[in-house]
Ligand binder design. Structure first.
Ligand code: HAM
Length: 419
């Protein structure tokens, strides 16, 4: 045993598990390709102000969950807690809007939040995200949501709930905030301590509280959707119309506010019934003011982030079998040093010809090697002993049927390819 273990809230994804993760990531890449989104890779850390200024100072993430550190040059950097601000920082920095009217990006990235770890909540997690910058057409809202839906289905997640809301814009939100504060004014004493602070600092955050008492009080609160201005109301109606026309069902949830302050208009979340308290498998929305705040012309934008860790938990809970197989096609099982030496060259030849192959490097007996073949799940064992060395052949055994054939070394790759 070792004294070293992975830090709290982090996990190792072991070689046995990674094929499932890679499969899901690949499906995400393919789906993004179908919708014409291209990958962007941004640094793991950014200047701290990118997050403090753009996510909302009173949000949980900025106020208590960031991994912030000083560099040797006394600069403050932060491990990215989310992917939207970095993607938009890159969009502005590289003037991506100059080349295309709508820039569609996707990313698969590790994110860091100092949260209290629990099932489905980690201090380092991976998100599959997309951002579309440059259009306010509600059709792009529908496209973004439908990309997530198509991706979920492609990996076998058919059952989930899509919660939808509009949280308006800086034009209509102040009226709503006033109504909410008026509603809560005589209830503050009954709210949880966090919500009492939220009431003062950022009242709409109260709607996001998970405390059952607060939930009950806020269930009766005024609804943002009753306060939308004409433009926001029209936009929201169109988003719903397009989703319906695409056959995507949703549930309107007037208390859905999301965890960051940058959102405007459309906000949505995907919830899985397979998970416990941390049941959001993804979420996103519009953020029409961020591009301008980061330093470019006002440009509308929208995106989502899906929690890969929670997606994997959902797939496990649903018992979804993914068509993954990382086992090599063949394992060269050798008897004696001469065969071992011949196998080294044969192995290299097979691999050069695109056949996934492996052999023993620990001097095991043939019996132990055959056990290993079973364990790693190779479809064939190519046994090479003294006879085979003399005839330059291998005894190729189908591990499923135990059928065995003698194959010349020169034909091994071809036979395995067509097997
Ligand atoms: P978010 O809702 O904070 O949004 O995160 C998106 C998803 O990431 C969540 O629904 C959840 O599945 C997963 N997630 C978040 N935190 C954790 C955690 N500690 N452990 C495991 N999974 C987690 C965003 O981050 C926005 N940037 C999404 C977005 C993109 N909005 C517009 N564009």
């Amino acid at each position: 045993m070792t004294d070293y273990i992975a830090p709290r809230g982090t996990r190792d994804i072991l070689p046995d598990e990674t094929p499932r993760w890679q499969y899901v990531e690949q499906k995400f890449r393919e789906t993004c390709g179908l919708f014409d989104y291209r990958e962007i890779r941004t640094p793991t850390f950014e200047h701290t102000e990118l997050f403090t200024r753009n996510l909302g100072e009173t949000t949980d993430v900025v106020s208590k969950e960031m991994y912030t550190f000083e560099t040797r040059g006394n600069k403050s950097l932060t491990l990215r807690p989310e992917g939207t601000a970095p993607a938009i920082r890159a969009y502005v920095q590289h003037n991506l809007g100059a080349s295309l009217p709508v820039v569609k990006m996707y990313y698969i990235g590790r994110l860091f939040r100092y949260e209290r770890p629990q099932a489905g909540r980690y201090r380092e997690h991976t998100q599959l995200g997309i951002e579309a910058v440059g259009s306010q057409d509600p059709a792009i809202d529908a496209e973004i949501i439908s990309l997530a839906v198509q991706f979920f289905k492609s990996v076998g997640i058919e059952k989930f709930e899509l919660k939808l809301n509009s949280i308006g814009c800086p034009n209509c939100r102040p009226n709503y905030r006033k109504a909410l504060v008026e509603y809560a004014a005589d209830k503050v004493a009954d709210l949880c301590p966090s919500c009492a602070t939220r009431y003062e600092q950022n009242p709409m955050r109260m709607l996001d509280c998970k405390d059952p008492g607060c939930k009950a009080i806020l269930a009766e609160a005024p609804k943002m959707t009753d306060y939308l201005d004409e433009e926001c109301a029209e936009h929201f109606a169109k988003v719903q119309e397009y989703l319906t026309s695409l056959g995507i069902s949703f549930v309107l949830d007037s208390n859905l506010v999301r965890g960051f302050d940058y959102y405007t208009k459309t906000a949505f979340e995907f919830v899985s019934g397979e998970l416990g308290a941390q049941n959001a498998i993804g979420g996103g929305g519009r953020y029409d003011n961020m591009v301008h705040e980061i330093g470019a012309q006002p440009t509308p934008a929208m995106g989502f982030g899906l929690g890969l860790d929670r997606l994997m938990l959902t797939l496990d809970a649903m018992g979804v079998e993914l068509p993954v197989d990382a086992s090599p096609a063949v394992f060269l099982a050798t008897i004696g040093p001469e065969a071992h030496q011949a196998a080294i060259k044969l192995l290299a030849n097979l691999r050069r010809q695109g056949i996934a192959a492996d052999m023993d490097y620990t001097g095991r007996s043939l019996k132990a090697q055959m056990k290993l073949v079973d364990k790693i799940g190779a479809k064939y064992a190519a046994i090479i002993g003294e006879d085979e060395i003399n005839t330059q052949t291998a005894s190729l055994r189908n591990m499923k049927t135990s059928e065995q054939k003698t194959i010349p070394w020169s034909e091994l790759a071809e036979v395995l390819r067509s097997a």
